[in-house]
Design a protein around this ligand. Structure first.
Ligand SMILES: NC(=O)C1=CN([C@@H]2O[C@H](COP(=O)(O)OP(=O)(O)OC[C@H]3O[C@@H](n4cnc5c(N)ncnc54)[C@H](OP(=O)(O)O)[C@@H]3O)[C@@H](O)[C@H]2O)[C@@H](O)CC1
Ligand SMILES: Nc1ncnc2c1ncn2[C@@H]1O[C@H](COP(=O)(O)OP(=O)(O)O)[C@@H](O)[C@H]1O
Length: 487
């Protein structure tokens, strides 16, 4: 499990050490870590001595880190060039650079093979417009975070110089794992500067391979089909029959004990043609241990009555429930309240558009300014919705955010934009359903953690599928099987 801290929390942890007079030591530790990564990048490309490394240097301590790093690099024979972005530079850092034989220039030299972005770190406020830098040739290494990325949220209000590598200090920051911030950061390396004991509880976590496999592991030797998880799927309609197939196929690809399908004849026939092992019928009777409802259901009376039947089945038996797609537009507060009272784990899986509609309809008390919040701070938006509706929220997008009503939050970035194709959300619903069905008795992991495990598998499978060229969502189940087979 990877853990992240908000930029604000990292600053607070630093403050304790700054107050104890350790500011300079911290900065030199950070700068040494940055210089070490830069040297590694240079060595991977050829000789180090004589190559030009430039740093865009801001007015604050982020610039100070960059100046000290340049000073260390100069001692390795690098032509170290500081390019100030403002009127002033960190004094001790500048003195160290000049003493080591580095120089100051007013533009990034064309000869620079590597550019350090040391303009803004955790002290940035609002947006920033980067200066023109020579295009293409230089590797970009961001100091602490790419300038212009909000360290708490990942929001980029102005411009940003996308980094190949970000060397971040003290702890992985939330802004480096969410949305535009995650995209701009490139590969992230964390340099320990001794903040550990002062950091407190993490802000968000990310499920990694091992955590996901603990949910989607192989069967135990004595498992039988009813102990490996039985998932009920209420998806698809005469109008959208394919959704039923995608949900069932993805769930089956994880190796469940059984998938039970509830839906109309046309969709059921397609499901059975693809997977004769599915037990299909019009209603919810059966042995399901969790349900997925919503993909391709539509919005008519029939869709509503099918949703109601599934909610009733879950309430009766205390089963976990995934509400996706059409179900998000049909579910009512009373349904959520009944599910909560019955002790059912509930996961709502909207994309951003569905989230806004859901909040408008069911949580008007938080709707004011919510669209802006969802854009700038998806973690806060998912958390607020989860808390208000009393259910786990899996918010889909370039970063998938899984938030629990108590604030526990996971962010997952395994997938890429190849997943932006119709039906991949249906596949994800099948995976979340499988995660809940197969762990319905284990009580060890929270619903959001299980949802995050499904998001890990979905994103990783998306990447795997993309290796074979452009793809549609029907390729996802095979990719899921491949990912699980390879681990
Ligand atoms: N604390 C420590 O001991 C350690 C800290 N460390 C490092 O310090 C970094 C934090 O340093 P920081 O607090 O000086 O803030 P920083 O990110 O350099 O930016 C502030 C400067 O930028 C300016 N500015 C702000 N917004 C702007 C904008 N939109 N557009 C343009 N300018 C803008 C603002 O100028 P002002 O407007 O106030 O005149 C101010 O001068 C942290 O990320 C890490 O790298 C490490 O060395 C470990 C030890
Ligand atoms: N740019 C992107 N980068 C990574 N993942 C993405 C991107 N765009 C969409 N996705 C993922 O693709 C899936 C799309 O789901 P959804 O919008 O519900 O599609 P559908 O309703 O067509 O099935 C989600 O899991 C989402 O996180």
């Amino acid at each position: 499990m990877q853990t992240c801290y908000s930029g604000t929390a990292v600053r607070a942890a630093e403050r304790t050490l700054l107050d104890a007079g350790q500011g300079e030591a911290l900065m030199r530790r950070a700068a040494w870590g940055l210089a070490t990564v830069v040297l590694r990048e240079l060595r991977a490309r050829g000789p180090v001595s004589g190559t030009t490394v430039a740093a865009l240097v801001g007015t604050g301590n982020n610039g100070g880190d960059a100046l000290w790093a340049l000073a260390f690099l100069r001692r390795r024979g690098v032509d170290a060039v500081a390019v100030p972005s403002g009127e002033r530079m960190h004094q001790a850092g500048l003195a160290a650079l000049l003493k080591a034989g580095g120089r100051v220039a007013h533009a990034v030299p064309d000869s620079a093979v590597l550019l350090i972005d040391g303009v803004l770190g955790t002290g940035a406020r609002g947006g920033w417009e980067p200066p023109r830098v020579p295009e293409g040739a230089a590797v970009v290494v961001a100091c602490d975070l790419p300038s212009g990325v909000d360290a708490d949220t990942g929001h980029v209000a102005g411009g940003v110089i996308p980094a190949d590598v970000t060397v971040t200090f003290g702890a992985l920051k939330t802004g480096l794992v969410v949305g535009a911030g995650a995209h701009a950061a490139g590969r992230v390396e964390v340099v320990d500067i001794g903040l550990g004991p002062h950091l407190g509880a993490p802000d968000v976590s990310s499920v990694e391979c091992e955590d996901a496999l603990a949910v989607f592991g192989p069967p135990a030797w004595d498992d039988h089909k009813y102990s490996r998880g039985v998932l009920g799927v209420c998806a698809g309609s005469d109008h959208y029959p394919g959704a039923a197939v995608l949900v069932c196929s993805s769930a089956l690809a994880t190796g469940l004990g059984m998938v039970q399908y509830a839906g109309p004849e046309r969709a059921a026939d397609l499901v059975l043609a693809a997977h004769p092992e599915v037990v299909a019928g019009p209603g919810t009777e059966g042995k399901a241990q969790a349900w997925v409802v919503g993909p391709g259901l539509g919005s008519d009376k029939d869709a509503l009555s099918r949703l109601n039947e599934v909610v009733a089945a879950c309430v009766d038996a205390g089963l976990p429930l995934v509400l996706d797609a059409s179900a998000l537009a049909l579910v009512e507060l009373e349904d959520l309240a009944r599910l909560r009272s019955a002790g059912c784990d509930v996961a709502l899986t909207p994309h951003q558009g569905e989230l806004l509609k859901l909040v408008d309809r069911l949580a008007p008390e938080i709707a004011d300014g919510f669209a802006d919040l969802a854009k700038a701070d998806p973690v806060a938006a998912a958390r607020r919705t989860a808390e208000t509706l009393g259910a786990a929220v899996l918010l889909k997008g370039s970063t998938t955010v899984c938030a629990a009503p108590d604030g526990q939050t996971f962010v997952q970035n395994e997938g890429g934009a190849e997943l932006a194709t119709a039906g991949t959300g249906d596949c994800l619903a099948g995976l979340v359903g499988s995660a809940l069905a197969r762990t319905s008795g284990d009580g060890q992991r929270s619903t959001v953690e299980k949802a995050a495990a499904a998001a890990w598998l979905h994103g990783t499978a998306g990447k795997r599928a993309a290796e074979g060229g452009p793809f549609g969502s029907s390729r996802m189940p095979v990719a899921v099987q491949t990912v699980l087979a390879e681990r």
